[in-house]
Design a protein around this ligand. Structure first.
Ligand code: SF4
Ligand code: SF4
Length: 447
């Protein structure tokens, strides 16, 4: 039987076996933790603590007053050691709060369950979700409280819980679906109270039959109405918003719109689980599961860590490198970000650390385009990546925009299929950054 899917896309090797059956292991670091003030889409936090302040798990370290923002909370108890610029995952230097860890992991007393949460006005959930610092944990890191409060004219018909996890190598969502199944189902049911006319759909790629079975059993056992588990065709990038909407609702969706404009709210499985824990258990969102994997890692694992943990400490917990990696990525091989240093903190969007040797990377020199058209067939957004690449190389940014370059979702499918090894995704990324910077400049100049 065929399952819903989308046009285009690719089938890269899954390479999930290294950590697929590894249960999530908790790790509490002994060293200092660092908290970048910008870990989400939207306005960065302004630090609200200073050197010498005492903090606990759940203490806000920054204020998030802007509408599109989310507070950064401490995931550890201890003393603020420093507030200042530090290197972060992308390699840039951002304002960070560094906390000297006292090793006690004491939680702030004010974090208690939301009273009568099953019967209260569901709008109270939004305040709790915001205070708990919850963002989209699938990688987009959009503040969840903003996403769950669409304008009243948007009639929400589908509440889609994204368990596709189509990125090769990564298993953090799969393990969560296996080990926190009931929390995901309860979270879906709870959040559906915000959208009483919507159907809940937990969408999982069909290469995770155990997760599909566990979630289906949980929905039936808990007697949750109006939620179904939907298997999806295994194809990359099935988990991106546009592809999920098109596969599940049959509607065409343009990325310049918001999912709510076409009646959809999409939330990652971890986001939904974290919302349930914040509301029902009174838990701030201060940790996440990270898949540490790749053929250079001695003991690949799925690890639950406090946010702010040093990536170097996390890699050491996984036995360190058994071979020198030629590439270390934050995230998976398709959409992950190349890391320049391991001495950076894990943040809300860190789903994986992938360390690869030369054997498993394609470090070939790019050659001229062969006009084979493979990138066009692969692009799920219907773009012509080869043409966008030329436009960026020739600095023709207006034409890049006119040819739809800003619609690129940076999925990496074009780069993956290109026989000439052209860095097509990077060209699109560069083109988009340039156009965004120009727009910002024009806005600042009042034009
Ligand atoms: S052009 Fe963008 S959206 Fe299209 S395949 Fe390449 S990276 Fe993906
Ligand atoms: S896949 Fe590569 S070689 Fe083929 S048309 Fe696209 S850019 Fe050119």
């Amino acid at each position: 039987m065929g399952f819903p899917t989308f046009w285009g896309g690719v089938h890269p090797p899954q390479n999930k076996d290294l950590t697929r059956d590894k249960q999530i292991e908790p790790y509490l670091p002994a060293g200092d933790l660092a908290f970048p003030m910008s870990q989400h889409i939207g306005a960065p936090n302004a630090p609200v603590v200073a050197k010498g302040d005492k903090v606990k798990v759940g203490t806000p370290l920054g204020s998030a007053d802007a509408f599109v923002s989310a507070p950064v909370l401490s995931s550890v108890s201890g003393t603020v050691k420093e507030v200042g610029p530090r290197q972060t995952v992308p390699g840039s230097f951002d304002t960070c709060v560094v906390v000297e860890n006292d090793g006690l992991y004491e939680k702030e007393e004010r974090w208690v369950p939301l009273p009568d949460y099953e019967n209260c006005d569901p709008k109270e959930y939004l305040q709790r979700i915001r205070e708990a610092g919850i963002v989209g944990f699938g990688g987009a890191t959009f503040p969840a409280a903003v996403k769950f409060a669409p304008p009243p004219q948007d009639k929400i018909k589908w509440f889609i819980v994204n368990g596709a996890e189509c990125e090769p190598y990564l298993n953090c969502d799969f393990r969560l679906m296996m080990e926190s199944t009931d929390e995901i189902v309860k979270g879906t049911a709870l959040l559906l109270r915000l959208f009483p006319e919507a159907e809940g759909v937990i969408a999982v790629e069909n290469n995770k039959p155990e997760a599909i079975a566990a979630l289906s059993e949980s929905v039936a056992r808990l007697g949750v109405k109006n939620v179904r588990v939907q298997p999806l065709t295994v194809k990359y990038p099935q988990g991106s918003e546009k592809m999920l909407i098109e596969a599940l609702t049959g509607q065409e969706y343009v990325v310049t719109a918001l999912p709510a404009d076409v009646g959809c709210i999409i939330a990652n499985v971890r986001t939904v689980q974290q919302c349930w824990r914040a509301i029902a258990l009174g838990e701030p969102s201060t940790e996440r599961v990270v898949t540490v994997t790749g053929d250079a890692i001695a003991e690949p694992k799925n690890v639950r860590i406090p946010l702010g943990t040093s990536i170097r400490e996390l890699v050491d917990f996984c036995g360190g490198f058994k071979e020198t990696p030629v590439k270390v990525l934050a995230g998976g091989p398709m959409m992950g970000m190349s890391m320049r240093s391991l001495d950076v903190p894990a943040v809300k969007g860190t789903s994986g650390v992938l360390a690869l040797t030369a054997r498993s990377t394609l470090l070939k020199r790019a050659s001229a385009c062969l006009h084979c058209g493979r990138c066009v067939d692969a692009c799920p957004m219907g773009l012509v990546p080869s043409a966008l690449d030329s436009l960026v190389l020739n600095k023709e940014y207006e034409r890049f925009e006119a040819e739809g370059g800003m619609n690129c979702i940076e999925c990496g499918s074009c780069t993956y299929v290109c026989p000439a090894c052209r860095p097509l995704t990077q060209s699109c990324r560069d083109g988009k950054s340039f156009v965004m910077a120009q727009r910002k400049k024009r806005k600042a100049a009042g034009k």
